[in-house]
Design a protein around this ligand. Sequence first.
Ligand code: SAH
Length: 334
Amino acid sequence: MELAQLLHERITREGAITVAEYMELCNTHYYATRDPFGTGGDFTTAPEISQIFGEMIGIWIAQQWLEAGSPHALLCEAGPGRGTLMRDMLRATRHVPQFHAHIRIRLIESSPVLQAIQRRTLKEMHPDLGWSSEVATLPSLPMFFVANEFFDALPVHQFFADGAERTITLRDEKLCWHDHAPVAREASPASCMFLRQIATHIRNHGGAGLIVDYGYTYLPEDANRDTLQAVRRHAYADPLIAPGEADLTAHVDFSTLAQEARVAGVQAWQAQTQGTFLRRMGAELRAAALCKTLTPEQCATMLQGLERLVSPREMGELFKVLALTSSLEKPPAF
Ligand code: SAH
């Protein structure tokens, strides 16, 4: 059955649904039925723009692993998309002594379509590659965790100033907002719960993590509190039109995630902007080195990609990087 029809029947039968329920139903359908990335799809993510993104994250992770004493460990990624970030991390770290031999790769991915693509991308790169639907069932080993544009896809609830929750209903057979005021607050219990599980694992078994996403560490008074957005074919769309056919996301609340991690007992380092993180990790030096092996046209394209990732006018400032560590030692770039 079409998702639109399913939603229609559900609302007719049970009444209005929350924004979080809507987001979850739409995104599950959306990711389960397509490969949404790149120019032919709906949106493009950092690892799909430049290999340098995954390389810098790989170096950060390998360095944390070395600091931890090169243990047998999990390299875990949530929402790996096409597997591009993991592929670039693995390529950048293949000369780190014992790193590949000591890690087991575990991917947390709900979409069967994307799982199949991840398997294709990564199966030649590492012998111990597996999928897990739950953090709680992962082996008791130190965990090195990464996620890019994962938390923004998890459901958010929206509330009005009087505390009532915003819902979606039907009017003249069409989905519509059941609104009586502007949105005053968002909350994502699903994100908090997921982060708490990762942080608890890192507290119990050691390790570190990087969470990259678009979002905020604090919201100014006059900020728009409704951050839900739909993106389809590289353009903003109305979230209620074509449910399950557009990518639904909300800004990630980094302060709340950091707080959640601290409560679970790990260090959460003040989120940096993506631009600052990549520069401090040496992205520009890496680009210069790469250019020596490229034609002038290839080099220009590569530099353009890097510019998109670091420029404050593009992804450099809106995107943030949050680091979690079990050690008290300040990690590089933070
Ligand atoms: N990290 C990738 C993909 C980002 S898109 C990149 O940067 O290109 C979001 C990813 O999270 C997709 O792989 C999607 O299928 C997955 N995802 C979304 N919600 C999920 C959930 N609840 N559990 C597991 N994976 C989920």
